[in-house]
Design a protein around this ligand. Structure first.
Ligand code: ZN
Length: 308
């Protein structure tokens, strides 16, 4: 009997040792993998393409909304994110050590309105949706109205989650919207909305989403951070091929072909560097619109060293 007890004890001990060993292995793996947050929009497509190549080292963490993503980034649950640059700028002035290391995309934001609206002036008194006040979409709306001697007070502004906007337009709850893609193209393809202006018609080179890293990640794992940006850059090169862009976007977003074609025609992934002039322009708008009293300077916030 005693002999059996000894054998059972030995088996239990060896199981515990191997279990502890595997836990340690998992811990190591989790510690080594880099977590990057994103929202499922065409603006974060380069991250998806990078993940296709770099399967092991990056863990893409999907979020349903910008506030959830920012909470995770600010608290260090993720090491970086593809995010609206304005939200990251706000976190930076609030004391979170963040650095913008590359652009997510160029262009790819359209002002969508219902079929009856012929020009900007006709938006007076109408309801218009944006995803968040701290966004390039809100800045584009502001500048578009300003060019027509109108102001944000001339229209009724509502904040809506991106995925609800096309439906809200269809149900006539709103008369127009500006948001990340493919949610604008959706209304155009559905036939109940049209493009009033593309972002490039309103503000040339308007920056929108950026790849942002936590400062501690850049400092402590600089080689890794550089490697990620290098592969991110290679991913955007792959996206210059139209066929590749379509295939990858379809895998990433699983949306209708027609919506995808329309949407991908509006966006570009060619430019990655955050230019000082473009950054300062966005910064100026944030102050002018009183969305942020203080904005981080280009040198404080933008880190081009990983891209170079
Ligand atoms: Zn964007």
């Amino acid at each position: 009997m005693k002999k059996y007890k000894k054998i059972i004890l030995a088996v239990v001990i060896s199981m515990m040792v191997s279990l502890l060993g595997s836990c340690k292995g998992n811990e190591q793996q989790v510690k080594n993998s880099i977590k990057i947050g994103y929202l499922p929009i065409t603006h974060s497509l380069p991250l998806y393409v990078e993940k296709k190549v770099e399967k092991e080292n990056i863990e893409l963490v999907k979020f349903g909304s910008w506030p959830e993503l920012m909470d995770a980034l600010n608290s260090g649950k993720i090491d970086g994110a593809s995010v609206l640059i304005e939200l990251a700028m706000k976190a930076k002035v609030q004391g979170i050590d963040l650095k913008a290391v590359a652009l997510g995309h160029s262009d790819g934001n359209a002002v969508i309105v219902n079929e009856k609206i012929k020009n900007v002036k006709e938006l007076k008194g109408k309801t218009f949706a944006i995803p968040n006040k701290l966004s390039t979409h809100y800045i584009l709306l502001y500048e578009m109205l300003k060019k027509e001697n109108m102001s944000l007070k001339d229209i009724n502004i509502v904040e809506l989650p991106p995925s609800e906007m096309a439906v809200a337009l269809l149900e006539k709850r709103i008369d127009g919207y500006c948001v990340a893609e493919p949610f604008g193209a959706k209304a155009v393809v559905n036939g109940n909305g049209k493009v009033l202006k593309q972002s490039s018609d309103i503000i040339p080179n308007s920056i929108c989403c950026a790849l942002v890293f936590r400062g501690d990640f850049i400092k402590e794992r600089n080689e890794k951070a550089k490697e990620i940006v290098e592969k991110y850059s290679a991913a955007t090169e792959d996206l210059s091929n139209e066929k590749e862009r379509r295939t990858r976007a379809k895998e990433f977003l699983s949306i209708q072909d027609t919506v995808l074609s329309e949407s991908l025609g509006w966006i570009s992934y060619d430019k990655l560097k955050i230019e000082e002039e473009d950054y300062n322009r966005i910064s100026q708008y944030l102050k002018e619109m009183k969305l942020l009293d203080n904005t981080p300077t280009y040198d404080e916030f933008v880190d081009n060293s990983l891209l170079e």
